[in-house]
Design a protein around this ligand. Structure first.
Ligand code: DLL
Length: 434
C-alpha cells in the first residue's frame, strides 16, 4: 500500500508537543467562551472553583465537571447553546424517543467539513472519487456529515440517503461510484441487493459507522462488496461523524481528531484509565462555538492508544467501539456486550450477517439471552458451545430461515431487543415453555 496523503497535514501530522500546546490554548479559549456566556457550564465551573480560564491547563481537566446526556435532556432544547449565530440544527432521536438537539454555527459546520474531509481522504478518497452516500439525510448527522466532507475534499457526492434500495442499485450500476458511505448493516443489505440483481460492485472502499460492528462484520462486507471497509465514529453532541476515523494506514484503529475534540477514557467512577484499557470516552470540544461541551461523557466504551509509530498521522487513536456502558447486559451476574455475541455469530461461516440478540426478561429472576441467527444448517449446538466459551453463559440459539430477521433500510440497525412479555419479538423464536 502506498502512502495515504493527509488532507490537513498541518493538523493531522503536527508534532504531539506542538499539538498539546495548541490544545491547551484552545481549552483556555473554550473556558473563556463558556464563562463569558454565563450558562449552565459556567455555573458549574464556578462551583468547581474556576474563575479565570488562564488558571487552567490540560492537566487540570480531570478535576473539572462532566456533562452528561441527562444534562442535555434537562436543558432541552437549547440550554447548552452559547452563541446565537446558529445556521443549522442536528441531533439524534435517541433511546426512548427522547431527542437531543445540537445547534451549529457556520464555524462549527466548517470544522465538521474539515474532519470529515480528513476521514474520507484517509480512506483514499480523492477529488476524482464518486461517493455513494446512503447515510440518512435529516436531523441525523450521517448524511450531511459525509456530504460536507466529500464536497470539502472536492469529490462528487451522490446524496441517496437511506432506503429505496432498488433505486440505489440502479444508480450504482449507472454511475459506478468508487466509495460507499452508509451504516455497516445497510452495506450488507445493499451488497446482497447488488448480488441478487447481478450488478458487480464498483466500490473500492467504504466508510461505515453510526452503529456497532465487529471485525467479523467487516470481513463479510469486504467479501460481499470487494472493498476495504473502514470505520468512522462520531456523535451528534460532539459534531457528528468525523470525531474519529480509521485510515488505510491506521492499523485497524481510529485516528481521533484531537486538535478539535480532546479525548479522555475514564472508568465507572470517572477516573482516567491508562492507554490500552477500555474506558468510557469523554470529549471536550475545543473549537466548537454553537454548543461547546466540556468533558462530555459519551457512554461509549473504547481503549485509547498512541499514534502508529513512525506514521504520517500523529493523532492519538482509539480502538473500534467495544460497546456502550448502558448496552452492557448483565445476565445471571455475567457482563455481556452485544458486540461479543456478534464476534461469535459472524465467526461461523454457515450463519448469515443478520442476527438479533433478545434479552428475555419475562421472568425477572431467570433472565435468558436468545441469539437468533439465519442459517440453512443446524448450527445450534456449535454456536451454543462457542457462545458459552466466549461469554461464560449459556445462550438459547434459535435458527430462522434467511430473511426472517428484520432489516433496517433506514437508520440504525436494531440488533438488541428486550422481551418483557407478550409475543416474541421475532417470528420463529419460541423459547422455553413458560
Ligand atoms: O451516529 C454519527 C455518525 C454518523 C457516526 C455516521 C458515524 C457515521 P448519533 O446519531 O448521535 O451520531 O449516535 C451516536 O452512535 O455514541 C455510538 O454509540 C454510536 N456510534 C457512532 N459511530 C459508531 C461506530 C452518529 N463507528 C452514537 N461504531 C455513538 C460503533 C458508533 N458505534
Amino acid at each position: 500500500m502506498g502512502p495515504v496523503p493527509l488532507v490537513e497535514p498541518e493538523a493531522e501530522g503536527m508534532s504531539p508537543t506542538a499539538r498539546r500546546a495548541l490544545q491547551e490554548r484552545r481549552l483556555r479559549r473554550l473556558l473563556t467562551r463558556l464563562l463569558d456566556a454565563d450558562g449552565v457550564q459556567a455555573a458549574r465551573l464556578r462551583d468547581a472553583g474556576v474563575g479565570h480560564a488562564e488558571e487552567i491547563g490540560l492537566d487540570d481537566l480531570p478535576a473539572l465537571p462532566f456533562v452528561t446526556k441527562q444534562d442535555l435532556w434537562d436543558h432541552y432544547p437549547f440550554g447548552f447553546r452559547v452563541d446565537d449565530r446558529i445556521v443549522c440544527v442536528h441531533g439524534s432521536s435517541g433511546t426512548g424517543g427522547r431527542p437531543t438537539l445540537v445547534p451549529y454555527t457556520a464555524h462549527d459546520v466548517g470544522v465538521w467539513a474539515g474532519v470529515m474531509a480528513r476521514a474520507l481522504g484517509g480512506a483514499g478518497v480523492t477529488r476524482s472519487s464518486v461517493i455513494h452516500n446512503a447515510y440518512g439525510y435529516g436531523l441525523f448527522t450521517g448524511g450531511l456529515g459525509v456530504h460536507h466532507g466529500g464536497m470539502r475534499l472536492g469529490a462528487t457526492v451522490v446524496p441517496l440517503s437511506g432506503g429505496m434500495t432498488e433505486r440505489q442499485v440502479r444508480l450504482i450500476a449507472d454511475l459506478g461510484p468508487d466509495v460507499l458511505c452508509c451504516t455497516p448493516s445497510y452495506a450488507i443489505h445493499l451488497g446482497e441487493a447488488l448480488r441478487d440483481s447481478g450488478t458487480t460492485s464498483p466500490f473500492r472502499v467504504g466508510v461505515f459507522g453510526a452503529e456497532p460492528w465487529t471485525g467479523g462484520m467487516r470481513r463479510q462486507i469486504e467479501e460481499l462488496l470487494g472493498i476495504r471497509a473502514l470505520d468512522v465514529y462520531g456523535l451528534s453532541e460532539v459534531i457528528g461523524p468525523g470525531v474519529a476515523c480509521e485510515s488505510l494506514d491506521s492499523d485497524g484503529m481510529l485516528n481521533v481528531a484531537e486538535d478539535h475534540f480532546f479525548v479522555e477514557a475514564v472508568d465507572g467512577d470517572g477516573r482516567p484509565v491508562p492507554d490500552g484499557t477500555p474506558g468510557e470516552l469523554v470529549f471536550t470540544t475545543l473549537t466548537k462555538t454553537g454548543m461547546p461541551l466540556l468533558r462530555y461523557r459519551t457512554g461509549d466504551v473504547a481503549a485509547l492508544a498512541p499514534p502508529v509509530p513512525g506514521g504520517p498521522r500523529t493523532l492519538r487513536r482509539m480502538s473500534k467501539l467495544l460497546g456502550r456502558r448502558d448496552d452492557m447486559l448483565v445476565v445471571r451476574g455475567v457482563n455481556v456486550f452485544p458486540t461479543e455475541v456478534e464476534a461469535v455469530v459472524l465467526g461461523d461461516a454457515r450463519v448469515g450477517p443478520h442476527y438479533l440478540v433478545v434479552e428475555d426478561r419475562r421472568d425477572a429472576g431467570r433472565p435468558e439471552l436468545h441469539v437468533v441467527v439465519e442459517s440453512a444448517h443446524d448450527v445450534v449446538a456449535d454456536l451454543t458451545a462457542a457462545l458459552r466459551e466466549r461469554l461464560g453463559i449459556t445462550c438459547r440459539v434459535a435458527v430462522v430461515p434467511a430473511g426472517a430477521v428484520p432489516r433496517a433500510e433506514t437508520g440504525k440497525a436494531r440488533r438488541l431487543v428486550r422481551w418483557d412479555g407478550g409475543p416474541p419479538p421475532v417470528a420463529g423464536l419460541t423459547g422455553p415453555g413458560r
